[in-house]
Design a protein around this ligand. Structure first.
Ligand SMILES: [Fe+2]
Ligand SMILES: [Fe+2]
Length: 240
């Protein structure tokens, strides 16, 4: 890689790397680098902050990108309506199927293990708020924001002007939804911190093990979900 190319690459934001090629997410995950809510930071700034060698990270990114990219993983090339349906049918369905169950699990382990592991009491309280906030968030996306984007996208495809109500709705929803992603992202990161990166203590039951496993799965799903929205869908919607 030439020096100019390298500078161009290190000045790129983490979110852009992942938007261009989702396979690079595994490199960032490995180093605990946030690519969804905090994805605006550049690679150079992130390496400096985390004390990482940018050359090594760039090599790993190149390795992740080395195979030809399948269209099924090339999210940035998808049409907006298709991307929206994908997000709803995978990530929103995941949340609807799991929010309540994980909230119940965290409540249960708080009752059983709270005396010896007070952190799980706080985890249950935070997760309870996440699941309530998330239900509202999904409702706004599915009932207002996503249909407005689909209408706006159809108008642009047909060479028509955007409806002014849709234009205003998209603009105000983008701000609100971005803010909510940040709040929910911060809350799930706080849970990971309290849970000591989901390390299982020696003196706990199976429900505890399952709860931590589910919380980790929830966080992984959320990272991808928020990434697809913030870095791809919202960026394209803002350009409509
Ligand atoms: Fe969503
Ligand atoms: Fe969202």
């Amino acid at each position: 890689m030439t020096r100019a190319n390298k500078t161009q690459e290190t000045n790129k934001s983490i979110g852009t790397f992942v938007a261009e090629d989702y396979r690079t997410a595994e490199v960032f995950e490995k180093y605990g680098i946030d690519f969804c809510c905090g994805g605006q930071a550049t690679l150079a700034a992130t390496c400096l902050e985390k004390d990482l060698d940018p050359d090594k990270v760039l090599q790993e990114i190149a390795a992740a990108r080395s195979e030809p990219l399948q269209r099924s993983e090339n999210y940035v090339a998808w049409s907006l309506p298709f991307l929206i349906d994908y997000i709803v049918n995978t990530h929103h369905v995941y949340l609807k199927e799991n929010d309540e169950q994980i909230a119940a699990y965290t409540q249960k382990i708080a009752e059983v293990h709270g005396a010896h592991h007070p952190e799980v009491i706080e985890i249950a309280a935070i997760f309870g708020k996440i699941s309530t906030d998330m239900a509202e968030h999904l409702k706004t996306e599915e009932e207002l924001f996503f249909p407005a984007i689909k209408r706006a996208d159809a108008a642009v495809s047909n060479g028509k002007n955007l409806d002014s109500t849709d234009r205003d709705l998209i603009k105000t929803s983008l701000e609100k939804l971005h803010r909510e992603h940040e709040e929910i992202g911060d809350a799930i990161h706080k849970i990971r911190h309290l849970a000591n990166d989901y390390a299982i203590p020696d003196d706990v039951c199976n429900t505890f093990v399952v709860t931590y496993r589910k919380l980790k799965e929830y966080e992984d799903d959320l990272h991808k979900h928020v990434h697809l929205e913030n870095n791809i869908l919202f960026t394209k919607a803002a350009q409509l």
